[in-house]
Ligand binder design. Structure first.
Ligand code: NDP
Ligand code: MG
Ligand code: MG
Length: 341
C-alpha cells in the first residue's frame, strides 16, 4: 500500500527556516515560488541573463538573481527549467555553489534517474512532483486547496531529507490533498510511460487516427472533430470522477456495448506488446538518450515532428470550431497562444 502524508504529517517550519531558490519561472516555477512565498518561505527566483520571465517574477514581488547568485544564497535549490536544459544549468551555475548540507530538488526525476546530473555526497537530493500543470498548482493553492504531490529522496545526506521534502510539499499546498512516497526511478519511469503510451502519445494519435478514418470515409471534418475530440473531455471527466466504471454507467447502453466489443479491436495484444517495448526503451535509457542527443544537436527531430503534427487537419478544423464554444472556454494555461504549438 502507498504511504500517504497529509498536513498533520508535515512540519511547515522546516522549509520556513530555509532560503529557497526556484530556478526558472515557467509552468511549475511560478507556482512553487508563489505558493512557498505565500506560505511564509523566503524565496528567490534564479533566471538566465536577459530572461523574459524576470519582469513577471518581479511584478509578483519576488526577488530575482542569476542562477549562480541565488544558488549561492540558498539552502534549498529547486530546478524548474525544462528537463533537457537542466544538465547545463546545473553544471555551469548550480554545482559550483552546492556546498555540503544544502539540498537540491526536482519536480521530475529524469536527470537523476538517467545520470545526466550527479550530485556531490554531502547534499540532500529530493523530488517533489505535483500531479498537475503548474497553473493548476497555483490556482488550487489560491483557492485554499492543493494538488497531490509525489515525493522521493535519492540522497539523504543530512538525515533530514524526508522531513524537508514533506515540509516543502506542505509549502506548495500538496499535503492539503495528500502526498505519496515514491522513488526517483519509479516516478521517472512511470511518468514517461504514462505520457508516451497513454496520456499524450497514445491519446493524440488515437484521436488523429479516428478523425482521419471518418474524414477519409467522406464525413464532414467538423462532425468528425466533435465525435472524436470535443467529446473526449466529457468522457475523461467521468473517468476522473468515478473511474472507467462511472463512465460506462453514464453512457448509453449502445455506447457501452460498443466499448466492450470494439475497444479490444483497436487496442489489441499488439498494442500491449508495443507498450511493453516503450516501457523497456524507457527503463534501459534508450528514450532518454534519443531525446537528449537530439536536443544536443539543436533538436532537429523534435522541431520537425512538432511542425508536421501542428499541420494536421484536425488542428485547422478545431481552431474554427472552438470559436463556437467561446462561452465554455476555461483556459487552464493562460500563457498558451492558439496555434503556437
Ligand atoms: P517550463 O518550460 O515552463 O520552464 C520555463 C522556465 O525555465 C522559464 O522561466 C525559462 O526562463 C527557464 N529556463 C529555460 N531554459 C533555461 C536555462 N537554460 N537557464 C535558466 N532558465 C531557463 O518548465 P516546466 O515548468 O514545464 O517544467 C519544469 C520541471 O517540472 C521539469 O522537470 C518538468 O518535468 C517538471 N514538471 C512539469 C510539469 C508541468 O506542469 N509542466 C508537471 C510536473 C513536473 P526564460 O524566461 O529565460 O525562458
Ligand atoms: Mg512528464
Ligand atoms: Mg456520439
Amino acid at each position: 500500500m502507498a504511504e500517504i502524508y497529509y498536513d498533520d504529517n508535515a512540519d511547515l517550519s522546516i522549509i520556513q527556516g530555509k532560503k529557497v531558490a526556484i530556478i526558472g519561472f515557467g509552468s511549475q516555477g511560478h507556482a512553487h515560488a508563489l505558493n512557498l512565498r505565500d506560505s511564509g518561505v523566503e524565496v528567490r527566483v534564479g533566471l538566465r541573463e536577459g530572461s523574459t520571465s524576470r519582469a513577471k517574477a518581479e511584478e509578483q514581488g519576488l526577488g530575482t538573481g542569476t542562477v549562480a547568485e541565488v544558488s549561492e544564497w540558498a539552502d534549498l535549490i529547486m530546478i524548474l527549467t525544462p528537463d533537457q536544459d537542466q544538465r547545463k544549468v546545473y553544471s555551469e551555475s548550480i554545482q559550483p555553489n552546492l556546498t555540503e548540507g544544502k539540498a537540491l530538488a526536482f519536480a521530475h526525476g529524469f536527470n537523476i534517474r538517467f545520470g545526466y546530473i550527479e550530485v556531490p555526497e554531502g547534499v540532500d537530493v529530493l523530488l517533489i512532483a505535483p500531479k498537475a500543470p503548474g497553473h493548476t498548482v497555483r490556482r488550487e493553492y489560491v483557492a485554499g486547496r492543493g494538488i497531490p504531490d509525489i515525493v522521493a529522496v535519492e540522497q539523504d545526506a543530512t538525515g533530514g531529507a524526508w522531513d524537508l521534502a514533506l515540509s516543502y510539499a506542505k509549502g506548495i499546498g500538496g499535503t492539503r490533498a495528500g502526498v505519496i512516497k515514491t522513488t526517483f526511478t519509479e516516478e521517472t519511469e512511470t511518468d514517461l510511460f504514462g505520457e508516451q503510451a497513454v496520456l499524450c502519445g497514445g491519446m493524440s494519435h488515437l484521436v488523429q487516427a479516428g478523425f482521419e478514418t471518418l474524414a477519409e470515409a467522406g464525413y464532414q471534418p467538423e462532425i468528425a472533430y466533435f465525435e472524436v475530440l470535443h467529446e473526449l473531455k466529457l468522457i475523461v471527466d467521468l473517468m476522473h470522477e468515478g473511474g472507467i466504471a462511472k463512465q460506462r454507467w453514464s453512457i448509453s447502453d449502445t455506447a457501452e456495448y460498443g466499448d466492450y466489443v470494439s475497444g479490444p479491436r483497436v487496442v489489441t495484444g499488439e498494442t500491449k506488446k508495443a507498450m511493453k517495448d516503450i516501457l523497456s526503451d524507457i527503463q534501459d535509457g534508450t528514450f532518454a538518450q534519443r531525446f537528449i542527443d537530439d536536443q544536443d544537436k539543436g533538436a532537429p527531430e523534435f522541431t520537425e515532428l512538432r511542425e508536421t503534427e501542428a499541420k494536421h487537419q484536425i488542428e485547422t478544423v478545431g481552431r474554427d470550431l472552438r470559436k463556437m464554444f467561446s462561452w465554455s472556454a476555461q483556459a487552464i494555461d493562460t500563457d498558451y497562444v492558439e496555434g503556437s504549438a
